[in-house]
Design a protein around this ligand. Structure first.
Ligand SMILES: NC(=O)c1ccc[n+]([C@@H]2O[C@H](COP(=O)([O-])OP(=O)(O)OC[C@H]3O[C@@H](n4cnc5c(N)ncnc54)[C@H](OP(=O)(O)O)[C@@H]3O)[C@@H](O)[C@H]2O)c1
Length: 228
């Protein structure tokens, strides 16, 4: 699959593409990455991967919870820290972290994932300020629902404001230089405004609980009934 995409990008954009198969849940991923990158300049870092198990915290596999922390927190942190110094020397580069509106408050049934996304949002905001004026742009994309394979697996139907991935990518790239944060889609911007500025924190968490309570269960039902 990766090789197919790489051929397509070479053909369409006349660029070099290097595919690496790396498990981001293993702290050793960085050594493998650096040995494969030797000599190559990295201009733009995008950390998009995430692990998002759904369920009640108390009954989830502790190994899965730690995997969330490794894939969504420790790995982006380590990646950015290791690729940033050459960018600072060149006075040129960009860092894009993929976060979520789920990370703006506690999100029941996505508790650890949401906490990991809060980390990414705050990390990017701090970096944005530290790197301002040094030639490096930082942006964090706080997406609402995005139609992706992972979303299709956990959600039975589109949440309000659900977007296509292409739209989210386009908005995020065009927001580079206008950081620290982008929220693609008007409905998501409005929901963020209400949840973070209008309603009390407890109510924001209750509203999130309402929208996450059927995650995974919905998808399973859709599979059983064959509904689209
Ligand atoms: N979809 C949404 O509604 C939504 C909403 C807000 C934010 N986001 C954010 O958007 C980003 C992309 O989400 P998505 O919906 O596209 O997720 P997805 O469909 O579940 O895909 C997750 C991606 O992460 C990769 N990944 C997971 N664990 C990995 C590991 N240990 N090593 C290497 N790669 C790993 C997966 O690779 P494999 O395919 O090889 O497993 C896959 O490419 C995430 O950061 C997510 O938090 C998504």
């Amino acid at each position: 699959m990766l090789d197919m995409l790489a051929s397509e990008y070479r053909r369409l954009y006349h660029i070099e593409v290097l595919c690496l198969e790396i498990d981001l849940s293993m702290p050793e991923f960085l050594a493998k990455l650096h040995s494969s990158l030797s000599g190559l300049e990295v201009g733009v870092v995008v950390y998009n991967a995430a692990f998002a198990p759904v369920g009640d915290f108390a009954t989830m596999d502790p190994a899965d919870l730690l995997r969330v922390v490794q894939v969504n927190v420790a790995s982006p942190l380590a990646l950015v820290r290791s690729l940033l110094p050459p960018m600072i020397r060149r006075k040129r580069g960009a860092i894009i972290l993929m976060s979520s509106l789920a990370g703006n408050q506690g999100s029941p049934r996505l508790t650890t994932y949401a906490a990991s996304k809060a980390f990414n949002t705050v990390l990017a905001e701090g970096l944005w300020h530290e790197l301002r004026g040094r030639g490096i742009e930082v942006i964090v994309c706080c997406a609402g629902a995005v139609r992706t394979p992972g979303y299709a697996k956990t959600a039975g139907s589109d949440a309000p404001g659900a977007l296509d991935a292409d739209f989210v990518i386009e908005r995020t790239l065009s927001a580079l230089g206008r950081g620290p944060r982008v929220i693609p889609g008007f409905i998501n911007q409005a929901a963020n405004w209400v949840l973070s500025r209008i309603v009390p924190r407890r109510m924001a968490i209750n509203i999130m609980a309402g929208s996450t309570k059927n995650l995974a269960a919905d998808a399973a039902r859709k599979k059983e009934t064959g509904a689209s």
